[in-house]
Design a protein around this ligand. Structure first.
Ligand SMILES: CSCCC(=O)C(=O)COP(=O)(O)O
Ligand SMILES: [Zn+2]
Length: 204
């Protein structure tokens, strides 16, 4: 399936789950024909109604828009985070960001200055590549700053120094971002991370 169509279908799916309410969240995938560019959702659109023509092709290294289908469309306000992920992880081909109540509640269970969220040692961690008997995993936490490029700079600095244990991060009071080597892998991984967030949020 063409990348833009696949991304619009993922947006409908996630909106249906309540993961992209009220225009929240953004999705991207590297271009199949131009790996130096990626398609990203346009900013401020209701993701449940997203069309393939609402995807914008941007350069992976600059702020340049390479292709758009609607004149007024602008790349996601969080494009800097997607660019940072593709730059840090050359194997990443898709990057998904969603907003869920569970992730915000789960992240709220650790102190406000904690930089990571310990994850429960559930079987589901195998889906994130952790095969230990009792994995001690955690999700990297970042502060939610108004200045999104500043969040991206913090991700860059931290992950360059120490790669994350799992292919995901959480912006506190905001939402999770997950990446994968294909759309399907990113899709599977975000389901797993949200499963873990839901577990943590509900655990007494
Ligand atoms: C109510 S959504 C606020 C902005 C945000 O966090 C988000 O994920 C959506 O931003 P975009 O520019 O990608 O629509
Ligand atoms: Zn967001």
């Amino acid at each position: 399936m063409p990348t833009r169509k696949a991304l619009s279908e993922v947006a409908h799916d996630f909106h249906g789950r309540g993961w992209m309410a009220g225009t929240a969240g953004n999705l991207s995938a590297r271009s199949a024909s131009r790996p130096d560019c990626f398609w990203i959702t346009a900013s401020g659109l209701p993701k449940g109604q997203l069309e393939p023509s609402d995807l914008i092709l941007v350069d992976s290294e600059s702020d340049e828009v390479m292709q758009r289908f609607k004149d007024s469309a602008k790349p996601s306000a969080e494009v800097a985070i997607h660019r940072c992920i593709y730059g840090l992880f050359p194997e990443a081909r898709a990057c998904f960001h969603v907003h869920t109540v569970e992730a915000c509640l789960a992240a709220g269970r650790v102190s406000a200055d904690a930089d990571s969220l310990p994850l429960p040692a559930l079987e589901m961690l195998k889906g994130l590549g952790l095969w230990d008997q009792k994995p001690q995993a955690s999700l990297a936490l970042f502060d939610n700053l108004l200045d999104v490029p500043q969040i991206a700079a913090q991700i860059q600095q931290r992950f360059q120094a120490q790669p994350p244990q799992i292919p995901a991060l959480m912006i506190r009071d905001h939402g999770v971002t997950v990446w994968g080597a294909s759309l399907q892998q990113a899709y599977n991984r975000i389901e797993i991370v949200e499963f873990l967030m839901s577990y943590l949020a509900r655990r007494p």
